[in-house]
Design a protein around this ligand. Sequence first.
Ligand code: THU
Length: 137
Amino acid sequence: MNKEELLEKYAFLIEAAKRARVNAVAPFSSFTVGAALLGKSGRVYVGANIEPGVMNLGLCAERTALFSALAQGEKEFEAIAVYAGTEDVAHPCGACRQVFSDLAPNVTWILVGDKQVKIETLDSLLPGRFVLEDLRR
Ligand code: THU
């Protein structure tokens, strides 16, 4: 599927990420991010970044969505849309890349900016990553 087809197919997911961003709690960074993760069941799980008063305990929108989905019993995932209200896309942090590598490796990443959209995969985001099989080698 080419980029235009993917954007059309997942337009609803992008809209869900934009709506989720409204619920971000980001008093320290003022950088608000929304994510919407599509499970293989067809359900959508949203997340937003949360920054508690003790600053280093915060969590990104992507992991918030993923942990919520797993906690609700979803096991496999198809795509995630991420929107930070910026012109250029916001790229997922290294921690999110590794967590998705372990728990949701097959998602198509749809990074959305107001003037730019990028489609990524785990291979493009985190080449040469650590995988659990490495423990057994
Ligand atoms: N953040 C996300 O939620 N997702 C990203 O892809 C990039 C960064 C959050 C973490 C923190 O709350 C704020 O944005 C600034 O780094």
